[in-house]
Design a binder for this molecule. Structure first.
Ligand code: ATP
Ligand code: MG
Ligand code: MG
Length: 538
């Protein structure tokens, strides 16, 4: 399924490369298991996979960066493994930063013994201020024995221990703030979801990342460009601990309009019930966009095309969905749905007395999509909006049947403005078939359904952005910019073939666009479809 075309954008043709790949390439994707993967993570994961498995014959490590016991859960780990699989990413090895807590501890002790790190208890706000003003901590030149004693106290998780943390001794005068003695270890007595209460101290990202990368044999550490300033610090750690060299390779963070890609905010909106869950089709999670109808092939193409760029651009969703359309259009079967509200029952004069059906291709240009049954009879239904637009004796086209002339239009007495001011609701309609008429000459091509078939009730959902503002500013409270109405549902009746569709099928309803089946028709309950954006404004 979904392998129609656009295959020319095969992995190896993207123009992105790494330095020094002769010795082999080992990359890693290091998510923190504190939420579901969003499309920013998908970018990181796909790039790492691209280098490890497509561009070079290397190895990809999935490393759960689980150094913050407060935010992490097994549920999130499981979801990440599953979502990577969905994206066709198969890590060669799955590890945890917590697998290395002992090594990390030993390396920290070594740094303390070598005088390359020290214990500090300067309160957070003062630390920040001192760092900005390049002021050395009063603890910077404490003795090695003192530092080791504080680290031992931290390790116990005692009240005194929680006041201390360990800083690497780099250069407080550096122009690069990341070099001004970063914190490498903190004390936190909370139990950890994997190591329980074994450890009361946890390495920071700045320390764990270079150490574990080197220990695991990573050759190229891909990070987003906000880490540019921290590359020097990363390299310092490797040298200070006499570890293997690892290259840093930075890429632009992904950002979309009217969208937040932050696990903290996404968690909040899930918890506050603004969406149905992490896999809600409005969520920018891997599951959410898939549920909305994004194909994995399109996601891969979209992301790898931006691969080497280092400039962060706020992207519009339109090119994302336009990429998807290339993949779904050639394979999406065509069906028909008529809006249920005020549906117009119509008599077709000149149609055969007895209802009949024909086998038709589901896709005019791709017979391999399959066949459907199209029913013809004297009794059909039309959308109210279409019928209301008809003029007496106008020639129109019934799609996939032929032309017909509008004869008797019965309208309700209550004036009900539908399309233009003086239109009234159509209550009955007679069309006279005029199959010799030229379908190229009519301006109205309408969808219709024979009532002599088992019509399938469907619910068609369309979604909007979660946010009302293109780009949130740093100090914006995102809750203030939540879109109050993000979904709209239309009840419709669809052709008999729709009853056979399965969850996840991607189809097109004529004149309405592309949809993904979210719930198949079962036990008389309407089938549920989500409209798939195509990148065009409606
Ligand atoms: P979040 O703000 O959603 O928590 P994070 O960076 O803290 O993001 P991690 O789980 O640590 O989340 O991220 C795993 C990997 O995904 C990291 O390598 C990170 O650089 C990358 N990543 C996260 N967000 C984006 C993004 N918007 N664009 C590209 N890569 C991203
Ligand atoms: Mg992170
Ligand atoms: Mg973050």
């Amino acid at each position: 399924k979904n392998d129609g075309k656009a295959k020319e954008d095969d992995g190896a043709s993207y123009d992105i490369g790494l330095q020094d790949t002769e010795q082999g390439v080992v990359t890693r994707f290091p998510p923190e298991p504190s939420g579901y993967l969003h499309i920013g993570h998908a970018k990181a994961a796909l790039l790492n996979d691209y280098f490890a498995h497509k561009k070079y014959k290397g190895k990809l490590i999935l490393r759960f960066d689980d150094t913050n016991p407060l935010k992490e859960k097994q549920e999130f780990e499981d979801s990440i493994v599953h979502d990577l699989e969905l994206m066709g990413i198969k890590p060669d090895q799955v590890t945890h930063t917590s697998d290395y807590f002992q090594e990390l501890y030993d390396y920290c002790v070594q740094m303390l013994k070598d005088g390359m790190a020290y214990a500090d208890n300067t309160p957070q706000d003062i630390l920040r201020d001192e760092r900005m003003k390049k002021i050395e901590s009063k603890n910077r030149n404490n003795s090695i024995e003192e530092n080791l004693a504080h680290f031992e106290e931290m390790k116990k998780g005692s009240e005194e221990g929680t006041k201390w943390y360990i800083r690497a001794k780099l250069d407080m005068q550096s122009l690069n703030g990341a070099m001004r003695d970063p914190v490498v270890y903190r004390c936190s007595p909370e139990p950890h979801h994997r190591t329980g209460s074994t450890w009361k101290i946890y390495p920071t990202y700045d320390f764990a990342c270079p150490v574990v990368d080197a220990v695991e044999g990573v050759t190229h550490a891909l990070r987003t460009t906000e880490y540019n300033d921290r590359d020097a610090q990363y390299q310092w750690m490797l040298k200070a601990l006499k570890l293997r060299h690892v290259y840093n390779w930075n890429f632009a963070r992904m950002a979309f309009i009217k969208t937040f890609l932050s696990k903290r905010k996404l968690t909040k909106i899930v918890d506050n019930g603004g969406v149905w869950g992490w896999d809600d089709p409005r969520m920018p999670t891997v599951r959410g966009i898939r549920r909305r109808g994004m194909t994995i092939e399109a996601l891969q193409e979209f992301i790898l095309k931006q691969g080497p760029s280092k400039s962060i651009t706020l992207m519009d969703w339109s090119s994302f969905w336009a990429t998807n359309k290339k993949y779904i259009d050639p394979v999406a079967g065509r069906y028909t749905a008529v809006t249920k509200q005020d549906v117009v029952h119509c008599t077709v004069v000149g149609a055969r007395e007895a209802p009949y059906h024909e086998e038709k291709d589901l896709h005019a240009k791709n017979a391999s999509v399959g066949k459907k049954k199209v029913y013809y009879s004297k009794r059909i239904i039309l959308d109210q909006a279409d019928a209301a637009s008809f003029a007496q004796d106008e020639e129109i086209t019934l799609m996939n049947w032929g032309n017909a002339i509008v004869r008797n239009v019965g309208r309700s007495l209550n004036p009900l403005p539908l399309i233009t001011g003086d239109e009234r609701k159509v209550t009955s309609l007679e069309l006279e078939l005029h199959l010799q008429g030229d379908v190229k000459k009519t301006s109205k091509k309408v969808t219709w359904l024979s009532e002599d078939q088992e019509l399938t009730p469907v619910q068609l959902y369309d979604f909007d952005y979660l946010l009302t503002k293109d780009k949130l500013d740093e100090d914006d409270e995102f809750e203030k910019f939540l879109n109050p109405k993000t979904s709209e549902m239309t009840e419709a009746l669809a052709d008999v073939n729709v009853a056979g569709l399965k969850e996840d099928d991607i189809i097109q309803f004529d004149r309405r666009g592309y949809f993904r089946c979210d719930r198949a028709f079962k036990n008389g309950e309407p089938a549920v479809f989500f409209q798939i954006p195509t990148g065009k404004a409606k």
